[in-house]
Ligand binder design. Structure first.
Ligand SMILES: O=C(O)CCC(=O)C(=O)O
Ligand SMILES: [Fe+2]
Length: 361
């Protein structure tokens, strides 16, 4: 807990840096470094954060000399989370009776840490009704954009903004409307946004707004800090500091809120683990909604990924008559690259579209 307190302090210092400095946290891979989402969340990415030299390379991206104490703290924290993560993955493989595979599996992975800040939403209400007419499967993703137009969704929105006294001198009001729709069955034609998805609207700036259009009232959400997505990783260990926001979708399609508790972390399975385990461990949809007003939420997560060149292929013990092979063997790099293509983004399930046996590819 003491270490978590120090990590929180470090996060406050890191996020307080000027934007130009934060943007120097780059990585050759898309969205693997610093990025911000709709002005509601921002995050840093640190590859191999559990290795001191690598953690120090991260602080050197931000300060010319780096920051030795922050590097050390990040490394220590990543190391602790990695220990826990390896224990979890070991238990999973043991519980399926594939102990022989543990060493090979653990040696085929690396870590990436993400430090996240979600800003408090404005202290004003907005009410919005949005009619969405979607003729295509829309896929949402962790990388920030619910691509309304790209997904072939058509949406019309009329926004009436009522700028109140408390706007101060912020006269530039920024309004965005997005659609976040989980299509889990094959939907052709009109999609009833109310029944099948979430339409989201966000307003940045101190305004009271009223957006309305279309016949259907949708579930409008002004607090979506991170749209619904599945992680592409094997596993993720998430620590949310005091302010809750993480929501996970159950198999029944119900969103449950995961409350933060002291000294508690959340383990979440990603697509790579789902594929490796022949679908036995599904990767759940999750999202972040910060509903507490005027609160800033900090979270830190350590994700494990398969190393480049390692072929993910379900061990034969996980394949039988009751569980036919669900995914074709693949290199994680190719899944990751596919995820960042138009087709990958549009697919209701990136994993299924990329290597699902039923995808017929
Ligand atoms: O902030 C959180 O609790 C979760 C973040 C998340 O889902 C992600 O980075 O993939
Ligand atoms: Fe996630």
């Amino acid at each position: 807990m003491e270490l978590q307190g120090s990590v929180l302090k470090a996060m406050e210092e890191l996020f307080a840096l000027p934007t130009e400095a934060k943007q120097r946290n780059v990585c050759p891979k898309p969205f693997a470094g610093y990025f911000s989402h709709n002005g509601l969340s921002e995050s840093f990415g640190i590859k191999d954060a559990n290795i001191l030299e690598k953690a120090h390379e991260f602080t050197q991206q931000l300060w010319p000399e780096g920051n030795k104490s922050i590097s050390k703290m990040i490394q220590l924290y990543a190391e602790k989370l990695a220990e826990l993560d390896m224990m979890v993955r070991r238990l999973i493989l043991e519980s399926y009776g594939i102990e022989y595979f543990i060493d090979e599996h653990l040696n085929s992975t690396y870590y990436r840490m993400r430090l996240m800040k979600y800003i408090a939403r404005p202290d004003n209400d907005i009410t919005a009704a949005v009619g969405a007419n979607v003729d295509n499967g829309a896929n949402d993703n962790a990388d920030g954009d619910a691509n309304v137009n790209d997904d072939g969704a058509s949406i019309g929105v009329k926004v009436n903004v009522d700028v109140g006294d408390d706007v101060n001198d912020n006269d530039s009001v920024n309004i965005g409307v997005g659609v976040d729709i989980n299509v889990e069955t094959n939907v052709n034609g009109d999609l009833d946004a109310e029944a099948n998805g979430d339409a989201t609207a966000w307003v940045v700036g101190a305004v009271s707004g009223n957006a309305s259009v279309g016949a259907k009232e949708a579930n409008v959400d002004a607090e979506l800090g991170l749209p619904s997505h599945t992680d592409k990783s094997l596993s993720g260990i998430i620590y949310q500091h005091q302010i809750d926001g993480l929501e996970v979708k159950t198999k029944e399609g119900k969103w449950i809120r995961v409350k933060p508790a002291p000294n508690t972390v959340i383990v979440i399975a990603g697509d790579a683990l789902c594929a490796l385990m022949n679908g036995r461990i599904p990767s759940p949809y999750h999202r972040v909604r910060v509903t507490e007003r005027k609160k800033t939420r900090y979270a830190a997560a350590l994700f494990s990924y398969p190393k480049e060149g390692y072929i993910i292929d379900s061990p034969k013990e996980l394949v039988d008559e009751k569980h036919p092979r669900a995914f074709k063997p693949f290199d994680f790099v190719d899944l990751f690259n596919f995820y960042h293509t138009e087709a990958g983004r549009r697919a209701p399930s990136t994993l299924q579209a990329f290597c699902g046996v039923s995808a017929g590819k």
